[in-house]
Design a protein around this ligand. Structure first.
Ligand code: G3H
Ligand code: 13P
Ligand code: NA
Ligand code: ZN
Length: 328
């Protein structure tokens, strides 16, 4: 059944678990996520970005998610719009039937330039007013995502600030978060705590606390009723990088956020964990391997089945690691 983000994350908070929010663009991703959720009895957040709408078309994206709800009626599903760049983009998604929208006012509506605090409060407050009138939840964002190791904002594809960030920009301020929530009334808040979008988060194997866990703790204690969201939470599985590179790919050495660090975040108030890159890597690795090992196959269902299976395994592992299993 379709549920709001507020309803799903309230339950997660009450029971102390986290929910992976997977980006979806195609049938195989949606099926992999739903099959894993069904087999583990886990709640589901399916999120679509502007890039997903450009790729699949808004009606197909919407109906893929509606099909998931129809096929698995016993699984609660949040249909979430990822990284909305303006109140009008969010309004369109509300009209299409999304049960949750992200108004990312941490950047200007070009999706690149860091915005002023006043701008962020204004666009987010207006979105909440509109969304709440329709029973739709809102996720805001405060702070700019960036790797605490490299100071880089991550991929420059319109969902992250460009270039180097200061330490101040890369960590959400707890007092500002409290003011932001009071002024905007958001249901969930994406925070900057050391993660960044894409596959290139860290250049060396992360050890110890590579996220600002104390900062997460401090933010959570100031806004205990607002659900914390961690973007850029792919773990960048080394085994899939190796498979991609073994079968003709060329991806340089790189590392993601260790699952144990995400678990620390969950212990300290993180409820929604955004993952896109891991499913992309698994899908690409599985397709490369299948085609290399089966050079005479040309039925796309064969290599797409391998893709679905690889993504399924990641989804299942995340549901288990984040404690979401059995909470559907
Ligand atoms: O945070 C962004 C997601 O990874 C979506 O990426 O804009 O390429 O669809 P995309
Ligand atoms: P990753 O690139 O780490 O998968 O993050 C995805 C994300 O934050 C989508 O909003
Ligand atoms: Na989001
Ligand atoms: Zn994101």
């Amino acid at each position: 059944a379709l549920v709001s983000m507020r309803q799903m994350l309230d339950h997660a908070a009450e029971h102390g678990y986290g929910i992976p929010a997977f980006n979806v663009n195609n049938l195989e991703q949606v099926r992999a996520i739903m099959l894993a959720a069904n087999d583990t009895n886990s709640p589901v957040i399916l999120q679509g970005s502007a890039g997903a709408r450009a790729y699949a078309g808004a009606p197909f994206l919407r109906h893929l998610i509606l099909a998931a709800i129809e096929e698995f009626p016993h699984i609660p599903v949040v249909m979430h719009q990822d990284h909305g760049t303006s109140p009008s983009v969010c309004q369109r998604s509300i009209q299409l039937g999304f049960s949750s929208v992200m108004m990312d006012g941490s950047l200007m509506d070009d999706g690149k330039t860091p915005s002023s605090y006043e701008y962020n409060v204004d666009v987010t407050r207006r979105t909440v007013e509109m969304a709440h009138a329709c029973g739709v939840s809102v996720e805001g964002e405060l702070g700019c995502l960036g790797s605490l190791e490299t100071g880089e904002a991550g991929e420059e594809d319109g969902i992250g600030a460009v270039g180097k960030l200061t330490m101040d920009q890369m960590l959400t301020d707890p007092e500002e978060a409290a003011d932001f929530v009071q002024k905007t009334q958001v249901d969930a808040l994406a925070i900057a705590c050391g993660t960044s979008h894409g596959a290139y988060k860290f250049t060396r194997p992360p050890t110890g606390d590579i996220l600002a866990i104390d900062r997460i703790k401090a933010i959570h204690s100031r806004i205990p009723n607002t659900h914390l969201v961690m973007h850029g939470s792919s773990s960048v599985p080394q085994e899939w990088l190796a498979i991609i590179n073994k079968y003709g790919g060329n991806i340089p050495e790189t590392y993601g956020v260790p699952v144990e660090q995400i678990q620390e975040g969950i212990k300290n108030g993180v409820r929604k964990i955004n993952i896109d890159t891991d499913l992309r890597l698994a899908s690409t690795g599985a397709v490369r391997r299948f085609l290399a090992e089966n050079p005479s196959e040309f039925d796309p269902r064969k290599f797409l089945k391998a893709s679905t299976q690889a993504m399924y395994d990641i989804c299942k592992a995340r549901y288990e690691a984040f404690g979401a299993v059995g909470h559907a």
